[in-house]
Design a protein. Sequence first.
Length: 210
Amino acid sequence: FLSILDNQKLNKLSKYKHQQDSDRSLLADILIRTAILENLRIPYFKLPFFYNSYDKPFIDHIHNFHFNTSHSGSWIVCAIDKNPIGIDVEKIVEIEGLEIAGNFFSEQEFQILSSSDTENRLALFYDIWTLKESYIKALGKGLSIDLKSFSFNTSGKEILLKTSLSHDKCFFKQYNIDHNYKMSLCAFNNDFPLNVTLLSIYDLYRKASE
């Protein structure tokens, strides 16, 4: 995989302190470039990435192809669409969810979380967290957006967003890829695939080498 990377990506990988983080970032890059090759038929080496002021990558001069990646633990995921899109995957680990929620969740989200059953609280925390991450990533402004300035409610059949930000209507979907992980997707249309396409690292190597 390293042999087909450009200097731009190699420089970014060299800045990671931990090898596992570097490996995940490498595979995320290969994964999205494989998707680009399959959908746009543009070879890897002819497609440099550019970054907006919030460090979100994009492809210059191609306005109907947007992508986003995320990685955590043993999973690397990506999403593509004709409109801006955001995706987030998180490994579920034992944390003080209420304490973190007090710092980053809206008052409504915090109340929902604190009133939930203790045995379900951690899963609910990661549901909300990945939804919030996917949303700000779709908007392309990252953590410059105050995480307390919008709220999610997942108690009904539909994932509901309450926000003061002005933008086109966005939609959300969550996928069960692993019982130890949560994954959320934010898009500006409701045309979500029913299932996630799964690739092993060997599938990815084969596709990237074609």
